[in-house]
Design a protein around this ligand. Structure first.
Ligand SMILES: Nc1nc2c(ncn2[C@@H]2O[C@H](COP(=O)(O)OP(=O)(O)OP(=O)(O)O)[C@@H](O)[C@H]2O)c(=O)[nH]1
Ligand SMILES: [Mg+2]
Length: 451
């Protein structure tokens, strides 16, 4: 089985917050101690972190689940629960995460880039936090908040300085193995290369660049023919392209025609690919009699017409001709690519390598009418306000009521058309709503009408 996987699903479950504790101080000489239940610890976050040590999404294929550690529960004597450990999930540089609906949430293009894929739940407050002048001995505490949980689609688009584009069997893999330490399979048949390979070229003491060997493209690749389609994505981030055409093709497709088809496929897949700097290189020069070698362009003429119109069959000219067998043209190619890559790199804004991309947190709440005389309040702040270990005591009910009023849930319910006696659901809690006085009937059940 191939080790290269460029699409996978990931399930993230951040740690739950620990529950706050309900406890009362006990001291030999104090008759009635105050509340001293500590807070729960925060749940661990889950981060995606881009690394160059990984080049495939394979690890997610069979094991898609990644979880942060839960926070510890609070204890007596104001002991706070332990914070859950964050989890850092390594992904290859070039990984994007999408929501199930396709929206791109992050794109980690530099080593060290990190993204908060799941935020850990807040720890619940212990009863010590609820002490107030009119609440001397609160017997309620908050539950921990659930950690964020979500499925993401991961997609990898390789990040390379140069991508090799060419028909099958024209010598792409031979070239990359000649100029870098990469050792892809080389054979005298088309579609030898079934997955992209990256090689690092050391042009001189200061200049390194990466080259991607992409499986061969054929006419129609942009529409899904051959293998090219699934791999065209890996060309999209290359700074520069090498269009490799075979000068004496065994397939019989003349170099100018190969060039025309390749340019066409690139344009159809993503038109701005033609705006990338590119070198057109003729391969296997050793197979052509010296007198029959095509004329090459002058070295300064990198800047092509973005439409690719230089490909008119009559005046097709490669920029360079090479032979991976004899070494002809190889140093020139390495040097010209180094120049191209350096020029493009300096034109780019500097990447600091530690961009932190946060998912905007959904705050607030919304009220939804879910049936006749029945409403649901959805949203973190509202759910937090009712997530207590026990809402059956008067003081807990008072607290919840006060919270719901102060964050505006009461007003929003009235505005949504709620009337006395209607049922309202928030999180796990259901209660009967009265304009001035909700009656809690859920979690755990209590049918007490207050006041
Ligand atoms: N004579 C000669 N043969 C070459 C040269 N470069 C590659 N070849 C041969 O051409 C054949 C195809 O080479 P590969 O490097 O596998 O070609 P490829 O473009 O990677 O092919 P796919 O992976 O199938 O797309 C092999 O038999 C190579 O030995 C060259 O410069 N001169
Ligand atoms: Mg190959």
């Amino acid at each position: 089985m191939s080790g290269f996987v460029d699409e996978a699903q990931l399930h993230v479950k951040a740690g739950d917050g620990g529950a706050g504790a309900v406890a009362m101080r006990r001291e030999a000489h104090v008759d009635k101690g105050g509340p001293d239940g500590g807070d729960g610890g925060r749940g661990g976050n889950v981060w995606l972190v881009a690394t160059t040590n990984q080049s495939s999404l394979l690890p997610f294929r069979d094991h898609p689940h990644r979880a942060g550690e839960n926070g510890g529960h609070g204890g007596g004597k104001k002991m706070h629960g332990k914070r859950g450990h964050d989890l850092e999930v390594p992904v290859p540089v070039g990984t994007r995460a999408r929501k199930a609906n396709g929206t791109i949430l992050c794109d980690l293009t530099n080593a060290g880039d990190r993204w908060l894929a799941g935020e850990g739940g807040r720890g619940g407050r212990g009863n010590a936090s609820f002490l107030s002048n009119n609440r001397r001995a609160p017997t309620f505490a908050e539950q921990g908040e659930k950690g964020h949980e979500e499925w993401y689609d991961l997609e990898l688009a390789l990040v390379a300085d140069v991508a090799l584009v060419g028909f099958p069997n024209v010598g792409k893999s031979t070239l990359i193995s000649r100029i870098s330490a990469a050792k892809p399979k080389i054979a005298d048949y088309p579609f030898t290369t079934l997955e992209p390979h990256l090689g690092v070229v050391r042009a001189d003491d200061e200049t390194n660049y990466t080259v991607a060997d992409i499986p061969g493209l054929v006419e129609g690749a942009a529409e899904g023919k051959g293998l090219g389609h699934q791999f065209l994505r890996h060309i999209t981030r290359a700074r520069a392209l090498v269009v490799l055409v075979e000068l004496d093709p065994v397939t019989g497709v003349p170099p100018a025609e190969q060039h025309r088809v390749l340019i066409d496929e690139l344009r159809r897949y993503q038109p701005d690919l033609l705006e990338r700097p590119r070198l057109v290189v003729g391969s296997k020069a050793d197979m052509v009699a010296v007198g029959d070698l095509p004329e090459t362009t002058a070295p300064e003429t990198f800047d092509r017409d973005a439409t690719g119109n230089d490909s008119a069959a009559e005046d097709f000219r490669p920029d360079l001709v090479i032979s991976a067998v004899t070494g002809q043209g190889i140093p020139a190619l390495i040097g010209r690519l180094a120049t191209l890559v350096t020029q493009t790199r300096t034109a780019e804004p500097e990447a600091d390598g530690t961009i932190i991309i946060h998912r905007p947190l959904p705050e607030g709440f919304s009220v939804e009418r879910i049936g006749e005389g029945e409403f649901a309040v959805v949203g973190k702040v509202a759910e937090r306000a009712v997530a207590l270990n026990d809402v059956t005591t008067d003081e807990a009910a008072d607290y919840v009521q006060g919270r719901l009023r102060s964050i505006g849930v009461d007003r929003a319910l009235a505005k949504a058309g709620a009337r006395d006696g209607d049922t309202v659901h928030i999180g796990d809690l259901s209660f009967t709503w009265f304009r001035d006085q909700p009656e809690f009937t859920g979690q755990p059940q209590s049918r007490r009408r207050r006041r």
